[in-house]
Design a protein around this ligand. Structure first.
Ligand code: HEM
Length: 404
């Protein structure tokens, strides 16, 4: 494979191909790579150092036009730009983040843990009882369902409904989720989620609770209350950010355990390695494959000139396998240390849900270990048709309780 033939916008690479092989070529031959597309193109940064440094320079690499390629915020007049956490720059971003962060403090996570454990426990009981099933469908969604239930004050069935909607939104490129054209699905789903959030705003205005919507209803940004649009967009941001990433990570973790039985047995034998195992799972799976930035000025990087206004993609998934940063980068090593991966980004936009994600995945690992679960493939895994999220829409497995 040569760099010139690589197209990171060709989704077949992510369903049937080997994107890690492509990134390896890019890191070696063209670390600042111009990837042409039908309607223009984008720069792809694939080395750890370049990705890290671009995150750390938001004045040059702006978030205002959104973090997803071809997403809905390329147009500055888009209403979400500058209002939604992920699509805003400082100083506005810092002010918004301070408010949204109030829903991510330890006291809230303390309430999340038992709910996630309860949902997960029931799902695993059913899963083990039937000897397995589709881990992506039958178990993984319980993790964000528990988080959402607490964060938005929903019951389990409403949390699962919201989860289904965000799933359709993120997987808008995936034929499994729709029959109409991509943009229609994206727009219609976004409207449906915003409607649901608007209903929650009405409910919490009447009777406030301890959830994110209630928190944002009392929040002040620059001495004024957050606008309705700001509340809705940031609820959308949290719902989307939290709903898809952790189940994909959970499913990919089980897949990695099946592919690397020696590592899985090591974890079973010594659960004290759980903290480093958790970090390695995030590095290995790199569920959020890239984030997009837009250059605010002309800048030279690795001998290449990036023009003002160009789209620049920061490939977390590639940076996390960069041999220059991680010895034996392509080995899944649950005791890896140090492990300064970029799965959650870095800098001002670093994932606000990181602690929640770590809580969810560690609860899953603890359940797997205490129950002594062992998995084996029972069919073909299906990968999501997306270059933004790396994940499986299906992972058929058998499960048994026991050793070795
Ligand atoms: C494995 C799980 C997760 C991964 C890999 C992940 C990844 C990321 C990354 C890479 C960013 C940085 C985006 C950027 O710099 O433009 C981010 C931001 C964000 N994440 Fe996560 N995330 C995960 C879980 C969650 C959860 C559980 C939530 C919420 C409940 C969440 C909500 C958000 C939000 C709201 C932002 C925007 C923060 C900001 O712009 O200041 N994420 N996430």
């Amino acid at each position: 494979m040569t760099a010139a033939l690589i197209n990171l916008n060709d989704l077949r690479l992510f369903t049937d191909g080997d994107p890690h092989a492509a990134w390896q070529v890019l890191r070696r031959e063209a670390p600042v790579y111009w990837n042409p597309t039908e309607d223009g193109g984008f720069w792809a940064l694939t080395r750890y150092r370049d990705v890290h440094d671009a995150y750390a320079d938001p004045a040059t690499f702006s978030s205002r036009q959104g973090t997803v390629l071809g997403g809905s915020f390329r147009n500055e007049s888009d209403t979400a730009s500058g209002r939604m956490l992920i699509a805003s720059d400082d100083p506005r971003h810092r002010l918004l983040r301070r408010q949204v962060h109030r829903a991510f403090v330890p006291e809230v996570l303390d309430r999340v843990g038992p709910v996630v454990s309860a949902y997960l426990g029931e799902a695993l009981d059913r899963f083990v009882g039937s000897g397995g099933g589709d881990f992506a469908e039958d178990v993984a969604p319980e993790l964000p369902a528990g988080l959402l239930a607490v964060m938005f004050g929903l019951d389990r069935s409403d949390a699962l409904h919201l989860l289904g909607l965000t799933r359709r939104m993120i997987g808008f490129q995936d034929p499994a989720y729709h029959a109409a054209t991509r943009r229609e699905v994206l727009a219609a789903t976004q409207v449906e989620i915003l409607d649901l959030m608007a209903e929650l705003v009405r409910l919490r205005q009447r009777s406030p609770g301890e959830d994110l919507v209630s928190i944002l209803l009392t929040a002040e940004v620059n001495g004024r209350r957050m606008s309705r649009a700001e509340i809705l967009y940031n609820c959308l941001n949290v719902a989307v950010g939290g709903n898809e990433t952790t189940p994909f990570t959970a499913t990919a973790a089980v897949h990695a355990f099946i592919d690397h039985p020696d590592q899985f047995e090591r974890l079973h034998a010594d659960p004290s390695i759980l903290p480093s195992a958790l970090e390695e799972i995030f590095r290995w799976t790199s569920t959020n494959a890239y984030v997009q930035r837009t250059a605010t000025r002309a800048v030279e990087l690795g001998g290449v000139r990036i023009a003002a206004g160009d789209a620049v993609t920061l490939w977390n998934a590639s940076a996390n396998r960069d041999e220059a940063q991680f010895p034996a980068a392509n080995s899944f090593d649950l005791t890896r240390s140090p492990n300064r991966h970029l799965a959650f980004g870095v800098g001002g936009h670093r994932c606000i849900g990181m602690a929640a994600a770590k809580l969810e995945i560690s609860l899953l690992l603890q359940e797997i270990l205490t129950r002594g679960l062992r998995f084996a493939m029972a069919g073909e895994a299906t990968r999501l048709r997306s270059n933004f999220m790396l994940g499986h829409t299906s992972l058929p497995v058998t499960v048994r309780v026991g050793s070795g």
